[in-house]
Design a protein around this ligand. Structure first.
Ligand SMILES: Cc1cc2nc3c(=O)[nH]c(=O)nc-3n(C[C@H](O)[C@H](O)[C@H](O)COP(=O)(O)OP(=O)(O)OC[C@H]3O[C@@H](n4cnc5c(N)ncnc54)[C@H](O)[C@@H]3O)c2cc1C
Length: 581
């Protein structure tokens, strides 16, 4: 069991070794051949993130990047100056393999594909320290994927080499500038223009939110001259920070945003002034016709879906950090002669947190693949984990009492950072609309319903109750979808949020049941079965009298194995399940 009372602080611990749920996910999701080489890396990088990277994150937050517009001769330079600790962390991230090519090359050397679950696990641990850093590395891998698929052959290899350089000093970051002053949700109004001068594309216009502004390669949307209005008139471009001749490209930084959080990453307002750009259209040449094929927005959305998953991981990281800090604090602090963790309502708070955390983790890790299922799991994961991060950071501050509200303690920053993630890469409303849109595709709907209906297990009675409630929920979800399909646009949009949350509840329950079946079969441990049932109770069951008159004592009596990850025998779990609604 995890001994929270032995820890003085989360910083300094190995964040892989103290996270049994992450270890379980890795054991389940990685093929044995991958687990063998990935696990030592997870342990090594878990110590790096929980140690120096986590410690430096506090320094970076207090010493955010600065914009230097001009050099001493008055020449425009628009340089971003980072604190040395931020640079040290960026280097660690690159060289350790959290980002950068190291672990991908190791997988290739072994003849294996680099597992998505491994990348997600590393990003999850990094997000517990500092989500702003993941913003930069996530966009770099997003731009890498765009270049690989859509860059013209004559520049592709050279750009990919920059984005995956072995040495930190040689590597270029990626970024993605879409939002303009007119808005980020509705991109149809974008006005940045693109002109083909016979040899190259030149971009002009202003971007309003530009994170990782000093990246080497910026993916952006612009409107080629003469193209149609609206979304279909947009083309996808890549703007390098440096022109081919080594001079600065036409990217003028107006100012850095004074942000509430995520201060590690500089977010700017910037103008493109005859900025040279490569068209990303997948064709053999960069001609004007390719730019007007109406599919620029679809290409951009490929990166957006990946980076939406990255933002879900950020939310999940904050959930985990908030839980860990709360568990440590509650194991030390006393009130009324008892440790906080012994007080009944505090037990409820911590059990609720650990259950929600495991449900969100199940969703985020299930969403890290590709294909039809990911198309809906990614927005669901973003919806759940980013709101979860915000709620958890707030709840953890409450657990810490007045201290939690003070910047000397680690949670005020987490709350400031968490507020960004519900907005980044699509606000909550936009994400809910996306869930509905994704399910209008028959293939996506089919794969979701069959994945959800799957948990049949070995017929173990431990799961009977949870499965019954899940089946009922799934029948309702199908009915709700049919209703929304025939109810017209206004009503469908009005109910999109309620629908998306219902869907996330059902998916979360189904995934937890699957995890619990796997764990029971592997080790005979029924802890996860209880976690699944508690999640089902709070999300899919209307308890009589709101549960006030329930005799259910699971939170009081099994607090320790639930929050410290101890084993629970099936017989014991069954006794407690009998008290459930
Ligand atoms: C710190 C930070 C960094 C960022 N970095 C980048 C970046 O690097 N690149 C980039 O391109 N953008 C970036 N953004 C911008 C971000 O993507 C946008 O803020 C976001 O997409 C929302 O756009 P908006 O701010 O224009 O809000 P709006 O689109 O104006 O939305 C305002 C409100 O209206 C709601 N709304 C909009 N449409 C609907 C609808 N159909 N139904 C119901 N409600 C709706 C939204 O949910 C929101 O609540 C960043 C934002 C932040 C805060």
């Amino acid at each position: 069991m995890v001994k929270y009372e032995e820890f003085e602080s989360a910083i300094g611990l190995n964040w892989y070794e103290i996270d049994p749920n992450l270890q379980q996910l890795m054991r389940r999701l990685l093929e044995p051949e991958d687990f063998e080489w990935c696990e030592p890396e997870l342990r090594r990088i878990g110590a790096l993130i929980g140690g120096p990277i986590a410690a430096r994150a506090e320094v970076t937050d207090k010493n955010p990047p600065q914009l230097v517009k001009f050099d001493r001769h008055g020449e425009r330079i628009d340089e971003i100056v980072h604190h040395p600790d931020a640079i040290a962390t960026k280097r660690d991230i690159w060289e350790s393999g959290i980002a950068g090519p190291r672990l991908r090359r190791e997988a290739a050397r072994r003849g294996r594909r680099y597992p998505e679950a491994m990348a997600t696990a590393l990003n999850f641990m990094l997000s517990q320290a500092e989500t702003g850093m993941l913003c930069a590395t996530g966009m770099t891998s997003g731009v890498f994927a765009l270049v690989r698929r859509f860059a013209a052959p004559e520049v592709r290899e050279q750009l990919l080499a920059r984005l995956s350089a072995e040495r930190f000093e040689d590597a270029w970051d990626g970024a993605m500038f879409m939002t303009e002053r007119t808005g980020g949700s509705d991109l149809s109004t974008l006005t940045t223009s693109a002109r083909w001068d016979g040899t190259r594309w030149l971009l002009n216009g202003s971007k309003w939110f530009c994170s990782n502004i000093d990246a080497g390669l910026i993916a952006t949307l612009a409107r080629p001259e003469g193209s149609q209005p609206g979304l279909r008139g947009l083309a996808l471009f890549l703007v390098p920070r440096w022109r081919g001749d080594g001079t600065r490209n036409g990217i003028h930084v107006r100012r850095l945003k004074d942000k509430l959080g995520t201060r590690a990453v500089p977010t700017a307002e910037a103008d493109f002034v005859d900025a040279e750009a490569y068209l990303l259209a997948g064709g053999e040449s960069s001609d004007a016709q390719n730019a007007r094929d109406g599919r620029g927005i679809n290409r951009m959305m490929e990166m957006v879906n990946t980076s939406r998953h990255g933002v879900a991981v950020m939310g999940l990281g904050i959930m985990r950090r908030a839980f860990l800090e709360s568990a440590i604090f509650a194991a030390h602090r006393t009130a009324f002669g008892r440790r906080l963790e012994e007080l009944p309502m505090m037990r409820q708070t911590l059990v609720d947190m650990v259950v929600e955390l495991e449900a969100a983790a199940a969703l985020v890790f299930a969403a890290c693949g590709e294909g039809a299922l990911a198309r809906v799991l990614v927005p669901l994961a973003k919806l759940r984990a980013t709101r979860g991060g915000l709620n958890f950071a707030s709840q953890a501050i409450e657990v810490h009492g007045g201290n939690g509200y003070i910047e000397d303690w680690p949670l005020a920053r987490q709350l400031r950072d968490a507020q960004c993630h519900t907005i980044w890469e699509g606000t909550e409303n936009i994400i809910c609309l996306d869930v509905l849109r994704s399910l209008s595709d028959e293939q996506v709907l089919g794969s979701v319903l069959s994945a959800l209906a799957a948990p049949t297990g070995q017929g173990d009675a431990l799961f009977d109750r949870a499965r019954t409630h899940l089946s009922r929920a799934l029948a309702e979800i199908r009915e709700a979808l049919m209703f929304l399909a025939r109810s017209g646009r206004e009503i469908a949009q009005l109910r999109a949020r309620a629908f998306a949350h219902y869907m996330a509840d059902a998916v979360g329950a189904a995934l937890l049941i699957k995890e619990a079946e796997w764990e029971l079969e592997r080790s005979g441990d029924a802890r996860k079965a209880l976690v699944a049932q508690i999640f089902v109770n709070s999300h899919l069951v209307n308890s009589p009298m709101r549960g006030v008159c329930s005799n259910d004592r699971v939170v009081l009596d099994l607090f320790e194995p639930l929050t410290r990850y101890g084993d629970i025998s099936p017989a014991k779990a069954q006794r407690f399940l009998a008290q459930q609604p």
